[in-house]
Structures are given as C-alpha cells and as structure tokens.
Design a binder for this molecule. Sequence first.
Ligand code: XMP
Length: 321
Amino acid sequence: SWTPAAFVEETVEELKAQLGGDHVIMGLSGGVDSTVAASLLHEAIGDNLICIFVDNGLLRKDEFEEVLHSYKDMGLRVVGVDAKAQFYRELAGISDPEGKRKVIGRVFIEVFEQEAKKLEAEDRAIKWLGQGTIYPDVIESVSVHGPSVTIKSHHNVGGLPEKLDLRITEPLRMLFKDEVRKVGAELNVPKNILGRHPFPGPGLGIRILGDITPEKVAMLQEADAIYINNLRKFGLYDQVWQAGTILLPVQSVGVMGDERTYEKTVALRAVDSRDGMTAEWSRLPHDFLATVSSEIINNVKGINRVVYDISTKPPSTIEWE
Ligand code: XMP
C-alpha cells in the first residue's frame, strides 16, 4: 500500500537518476503543491534546485516576506523577486475578470523568464523546469474551470518551457492533494505551509471587483488579515476549506460620530468543501462574525460595511470573479 515514506524514497531515487548533475529552476507560489514539489527535488538534488518566488503585489498581507522566510528555513535556494510595480502598471484600468487573469498570467511569465534567463546565463547546467502539478491538474478538464484553466497553468508555470527550452520535471503528478500533504509532512515542510487554504494564482487580483489599484490592494490586505487572523484565533481556520475577503465596487452610507460616511463594503467568504468543485458556505459562529466585522470597520480606513456570503457552489462559485 502507498506510504509517504516509500513514495519519498522511490521518487528521490528516480529524480536523481533523471536529473543527474543537471540543475532545475522552479517557480514557487507559497502554496502546498509547489512547496512540496520543491522540497522533494531539494531532497534529491540539493542546491542544484534554484527556486524563484515572485511578489506580484496580489498576495496576502506580509505573505511574501513570511513565505520567503519559511523557504529559507527549509534550506531552499530561493530568489525573491519584487515585481509589484510591474504588475500594478500592467493591470491599471483593467476590470474584466478574465482580462485581469490574462495580464497576471502574462506578466508572471515575463518576470519568471527574465529571472530564469539571468540564472541560465550564470549557470549553464540549468536544463529543467520543476513544476508542482498534481493529479487533479493533469486530469482537470477545461469545462471545470472555464477560462481560469489558463491561470491554473500559470499557477503551474505552464507555457514557460517552450520559450526557455527546458525539460519539465513534475514529481507530484500522480498524487492527490491529501497525499501531497502527507509527503510534505514526511519531508518536514512547515505546518504553516501544509495547512494553508487554497489561494488562487491571480490572488487578490480576483478578489478586488473592478480595477486594481495599490490602494485597494492595501485596504483588502488589512481586512483580509483581520479575518484570517481571527479564524486562527477562534480555532476555525482548519475547519474551513478556504476563506477570503472580497472588496466590492459598492459604496454605501454609514455614520461615524455625527458625520455621514460613504465608503466601501467587503464580503467575507468561507466554504466547506472536499475538492473545491462543490462547496457549502461555512456556518461560522455569529460571535466570530461580529468580532471580525467590528474589527474591520473600526480599523480599516475606507470600509464601513461587512457582509457574509451565504451562497453555495453550484450555482455560485467560491471566488467572486
Ligand atoms: P471557483 O471560484 O471556480 O474556485 O469556485 C474553485 C477553486 O479554484 C480556485 N481558483 C483559481 N485558482 N487560478 C487558480 O490558480 C484561478 O484563476 C482560479 N480561479 C479560482 C479558487 O480559489 C477555489 O479554490
């Protein structure tokens, strides 16, 4: 029967045989799959694995620094790239969800390619691109995700090998998510990464309805951090499949002292699910929701209303875009 220890042992041997003294580059996302794939590759070839982690300006609050720090603690050789300004510039004025996905995917590839070329110029032994593809990504049909499949492939750095002329190594391509987590635990991947909720490749870019500005990102990051930190504080984080905060393009009237305000709304989303294909909204306790709501409204400038999304998938989706 399948055990994580046997899988690790066998895969490490296979990777050593496959890769020899070649070097591998790989894009990391902060998510479970790419991190576990990288740690498996690292186990096999050590510092012949070079990782690239891009800050697209659409990550959660402090996530880039925290995750980069975890990667370094794990002993991974990782290059952190601050590409925030480039993403914001290219996204300016784009409101259409698929338009945003396309830009985010394209800019990611441009940034990754640029870094990869720099590394290749220094290191002639780079012959492979590592990817965190897992079995459901392999079998997932276009009809499941519609247009977001292109981003799924962005997530897994699809589209890159053609231009970079690299061969692909995908050590997790036969595994399901729960198996990936077990392999990660076997490899001592930190709990803060293994237990993470799924987070879309386009990040907060598809949780800001309408166009994206650095100011909206900062506002959403603050609100989202309050929500996620309270989920942890109340012991609810591990009970939900995924949670996130959505910044709505809606203003409504409020009162503060004797002034009327006219400010933005955030929606809180939390779902229970097994695979993200169907999802039930999480029955989070009212006292928890009350705490989050008042913390957000009292602390995040520009937000005067918080709503909770009680929609089921299908027909609603988990994300709003
Ligand atoms: P939906 O919104 O389709 O989401 O119910 C199902 C799962 O997929 C994630 N998702 C994405 N992941 N790129 C990704 O890498 C995307 O464009 C994208 N769109 C949705 C979503 O967060 C949920 O886990």
